[in-house]
Design a binder for this molecule. Structure first.
Ligand SMILES: *Cc1c(COP(=O)(O)O)cnc(C)c1O
Length: 465
């Protein structure tokens, strides 16, 4: 299967090259040229499969022979072997026909483990076959960095460099990154803010001449196709458990970069009966304004109690736009050109198409903490702040009480003790037992000046042979 750019000007790539490439040369994002489709009988035959076996069925057609079934199966097994729940993604009922899909059973307690465990193992396999080594470089303000580090720590062909703003990430988040002492893991605390970190990474990707010959950078942020692909699996898994394909299911998804919910959109295109996809945003509401008022304009970033959704522009939205505009790369190119001024307007037909499946809701901090408190009072179940936004969005937006709604629980509440305290819980939510010693573990990281030379010298000087 070939992968093509949403802006139509970059060469089509094989699956492996798309995974290694990140952003296309024309500035677009890679998507599969055609989507696999499953009929109802095939989907029905998957009821009761383990998460890993289902993942094999769903991922196989996307890689189209790049790996054998047994290679792919080994990668999947390895990727989910350190999840703490045998169901991998367990469902918990919190009200009538209302469910929470716990996507935080992985090693770093957020849904990003689903994709990054898989991506690390997949990259390592591809690189070993090609006898190649790469450097992963990324900036993080929170969950992505730790998930990427844990996902790559065992990989022999990857050196990983993660920049975080010095003194500006929570202690839990910092320790989750810096307590991984594998020799190929390098945490850089930059004397700057998150934007500075991101600018360092961007500049390094656009001019990689500081690296020795034969070494390249690989992006593991959510524009990497393999991450989206791995996330499609849990939409099928949850829906099958709730009676699909014989009845439809709706999903409510706490949304930042639009990667997670885009995987839900793909699941529906591939044949899963999905009634509604509910985009749940915090005060950083560009997608909510776009879907409800056709106002896709940048606004200053607001720091909320759901920090993993604090983003100004959702990069994966472009992948949806590509479909909404009939897969016309020139149209997307023009649209993104318009957006470089800070704002764009969708065509009436594109917006109407989006609204057939998507709706949206925004929740500010004070309402979000009320939801955590309410759900805890009624059920004893503690939501994390991101998930709480999804639960409220589902309650406001679902149009059919007979259709089960699944709220994606994107993080464990112990990752965000501030919000939980604001919701009136007297003490910090406990870290799961396997992480109870997090505050005693040794840490390793380097503090660097906010200067591109310092960062690039450090990276070039710490590559393995
Ligand atoms: C990354 C993240 C999100 C947002 O997911 P996107 O794919 O960027 O939309 C939501 N919640 C948590 C906890 C996250 O870590």
């Amino acid at each position: 299967m070939k992968y093509i750019s949403t802006r139509g000007q970059a060469p089509a790539l094989s699956f492996e090259d798309a995974v290694l490439t990140g952003l296309a040369s024309d500035g677009g994002l890679y998507v599969p040229e055609t989507l696999p489709k499953f009929d109802s009988a095939t989907i029905a035959s998957w009821a009761g499969l383990s998460y890993q076996d289902l993942a094999l069925e769903i991922i196989k057609p996307f890689i189209d022979g790049a790996l054998t079934d047994s290679e792919l199966s080994a990668i999947i097994e390895k990727s989910y072997s350190n999840f703490r729940h045998p169901a991998i993604a367990p469902l918990v009922q919190i009200d009538r026909n209302e469910w929470v899909l716990e996507l935080f059973q992985g090693p770093t307690l957020a849904f990003k483990d689903f994709a990054l465990q898989f991506l690390g193992n997949l990259l390592d396999h591809i690189l070993a076959k090609r006898n190649q080594k790469v450097a992963v470089m990324g900036a993080t303000s929170g969950d992505t960095g730790s998930a990427a580090i844990v996902g790559c720590a065992q990989c022999e062909n990857i050196d990983i460099f993660i920049l975080h703003p010095h003194g500006r990430v929570s202690e839990v988040q910092r320790r989750q990154m810096t307590s991984v002492l594998a020799p190929n893991v390098h945490n850089i605390a930059l004397k700057g803010n998150f934007d500075d970190c991101q600018n360092m990474v961007k500049a390094s990707f656009s001019d990689q001449s500081f690296l020795p010959d034969g070494r390249q950078l690989v992006a593991v942020n959510s524009i990497n196709w393999a991450r989206i692909m791995a996330q499609i699996v849990y939409y099928f898994y949850a829906a099958l458990a709730l009676g699909a394909p014989h009845r439809p299911v709706s999903f409510s998804v706490p949304t930042g970069n639009f990667g997670d919910i885009f995987a839900g959109y793909l699941a529906s295109k591939m044949g899963l009966p999905v009634e509604q996809l509910i985009i749940a945003t915090n005060a950083n509401d560009i997608l909510h304004r776009c879907i409800s008022d056709n106002d896709h304009s940048k606004k200053p970033l607001i720091h909320s109690l759901s920090p993993s959704m604090d983003i100004m522009v959702s990069s994966n939205f472009e992948r949806l736009l590509f479909d909404l505009y009939g897969r016309d790369g020139d149209a997307i190119s023009t649209l993104m050109q318009e957006f470089s001024s800070g704002s764009m307007t969708l065509s009436e037909s594109a917006l109407a198409k989006a609204r057939e499946l998507f709706c949206s809701h925004r929740l500010a901090d004070e309402d979000m903490v009320r939801v955590i408190a309410e759900v805890f009072d009624k059920t004893g179940y503690l939501l994390d702040p991101h998930t709480a936004i999804g639960v409220e969005a589902a309650r406001v937006k679902r149009k059919n009480q007979e259709t089960p709604v699944v709220c994606l629980a994107t993080a464990h509440p112990a990752k965000f003790p501030d919000a939980v305290k604001r919701a009136g819980q007297a003490k910090d939510p406990a870290l799961p037992a396997h992480m109870a010693d997090l505050f005693e573990l040794e840490e390793r990281y380097v503090v660097l000046e906010n200067a591109i030379n310092a960062v690039q010298q450090y990276v070039a000087g710490h590559l393995s042979n």
